[in-house]
Design a protein around this ligand. Structure first.
Ligand code: SAM
Length: 472
């Protein structure tokens, strides 16, 4: 039985409810009256439930799709402005005991180089990341209780936060590791992590079990209920995602929104972010062997619908997507992107020799961080390295309150400008710096509160004089 408040995976992600939802969506995909009503509801900025959003996903009427894209762009502007937060993944270890059939880290893959960073290597990696200008990382690891126990992950986090190279610092570490216990989530919280990210991969239980034939990840319920344990352990910023390409996208989309509704119903706060990774080519993995790949147009439609369905949830696009696809979906609601990513273990300090492939997947966007920053600004986005919210304790519902009260222009906007200024001073090329300085001048005028505007202007000046790390 479907019950969004249940703590049992098969009840809050009910297969029956998803099937009914898809049938309802098919039956109503040309029901203009209902579609108009749903779009009107979304205009109120209060989100849509999985049924309503699924009708829009099934709808193929061009004028209605146009309205949805326009609304997604408007909501993105209202809640997130033109800021795009930047981060990089840091792969700690690719040792893994799972059998995920789409991931090259699967245990049976013998031709991938297995690596695990030592603390000294982490210092090198993080120094290289700081020298690019990164302030925010997402750490990634395979699941291996012997090689990557929680103590190893905690030690890595401590090392990462301790490294201060020149003006550099990693100010927020998000964590993408396998589902674990409440006790371990509590330890991660105490270690000062930002968001705990875990991709569901697929919400379809039967496919999930086939795609994860061996290892601890095989347990669908344990994996699906992980976010509840994370929240019980005190982590209130969690990040959802599915790996598009594995199962039918409409099934996944409904499951993803049901998961968000569940978190809101049980914990009073929805997911902090949603990621939309698509399956990529990798060592031992050919994406064409999976039947459910989605086109760029469907991908864009999904992004727009996530934006209007969960307006307060950030959306993340990684370098799995090319520059062209990123350009297409950025205005539809994306709030965070990775830049200059390496998916190999130890790939930042020194490029990996070809015979030593430890990469998780091929990246499509291979530009440097300076190129990404430059590109964003030329499209009138503000690249942001802000990490203020979680350092000020604005997590979970406190962050949502900021969004809901539309205080972003008086808070996130100046924080973005101040952290961009730090980037320009410390790491940017001459051309990027020139474009950025002009952008900051312009954007300072858009801060509504005169007092905030004055303080931000003073801090921008202080940063040019060598001071760092201001925040609202
Ligand atoms: N091992 C952790 C777990 O089990 O959740 C998470 C870390 S894993 C390095 C991060 C994510 O990469 C996985 O959750 C999966 O969605 C994604 N991934 C795996 N293989 C991929 C591929 N071939 N293409 C794109 N993404 C992939």
């Amino acid at each position: 039985m479907y019950n969004s408040k249940s703590l049992k995976a098969e009840e809050f992600i009910s297969d029956e409810e998803i099937r009914d939802t898809l049938a309802y969506a098919d039956a109503n995909k040309d029901n203009v009256e209902l579609i108009d009503w749903i779009i009107e509801k979304a205009r109120e900025r209060k989100g849509l439930n999985h049924r309503e959003a699924s009708v829009l996903l099934a709808c193929e009427i061009p004028e209605k799709l146009e309205e949805i894209y326009e609304l997604a762009q408007q909501i993105k502007k209202d809640f997130y402005g033109n800021r795009i937060v930047l981060f990089a993944p840091l792969y700690l270890s690719n040792y893994c005991v799972n059998g995920c059939v789409y991931c090259p880290y699967h245990m049976k893959n013998k031709h991938i180089a297995r690596k695990k960073l030592t603390q000294e290597e982490i210092v090198k990696e993080v120094t290289a990341l700081q020298d690019m200008g990164h302030k925010r990382l997402a750490i990634e690891a395979g699941e291996d209780p012997v090689n990557n126990p929680i103590e190893y992950i905690l030690e890595c986090i401590q090392t990462i936060y301790s490294i201060k190279h020149k003006n550099g610092a990693i100010r927020r570490v998000n964590v993408n590791i396998a589902a674990t216990t409440v006790e371990n989530y509590r330890k991660l919280k105490e270690a000062g992590i930002g968001t705990y990210i875990l991709f569901q991969e697929t919400y379809h239980k039967k496919s999930y079990e086939q795609l994860h034939p061996t290892g601890p990840k095989h347990d669908y319920a344990y994996h699906t209920e992980a976010m509840d344990r994370a929240m019980e352990g005190g982590i209130d910023d969690v990040g959802l995602g599915v790996l598009f390409g594995l199962e039918m996208y409409r099934y996944e989309f409904a499951g993803l929104l049901m998961h968000a509704e569940h978190l809101e119903a049980v914990h009073g706060v929805g997911p902090h972010t949603i990621s939309v990774p698509r399956l990529k080519r990798a060592d031992d993995i050919d994406p064409d062997t999976f039947d459910n790949g989605i086109s760029d147009d469907i991908f864009a439609k999904i992004c727009a619908l996530i934006r209007i369905s969960v307006p307060y949830t950030g959306m993340i696009i990684s370098t799995r997507e090319s520059q062209a696809v990123r350009e297409k979906v950025l205005p539809l609601g994306v709030s965070q992107i990775s830049g200059a990513s390496r998916t190999s273990v130890g790939g930042y300090a020194e490029p990996e020799p070809e015979y030593e492939n430890s990469e998780q997947f091929d990246v499509s966007d291979t530009r440097t961080l300076d190129e990404v920053v430059n590109w964003l600004m030329k499209m009138d986005y503000i690249p942001s390295f802000c990490t203020a919210c979680y350092r000020e304790g604005r997590t979970g519902d406190r962050f949502m309150a900021l969004c809901k009260n539309m205080q972003i222009l008086n808070c996130c906007h100046p924080n973005a400008l101040m952290t961009l200024k730090e980037y320009l001073e410390d790491y940017a090329s001459e051309e990027t710096k020139k474009i950025g300085m002009a952008l900051i001048e312009r954007e300072l005028q858009n801060i509504p509160n005169p007092k905030v505007k004055q303080i931000a202007t003073e801090h921008i000046h202080d940063i040019a004089e060598g001071r760092r790390d201001f925040r609202f």
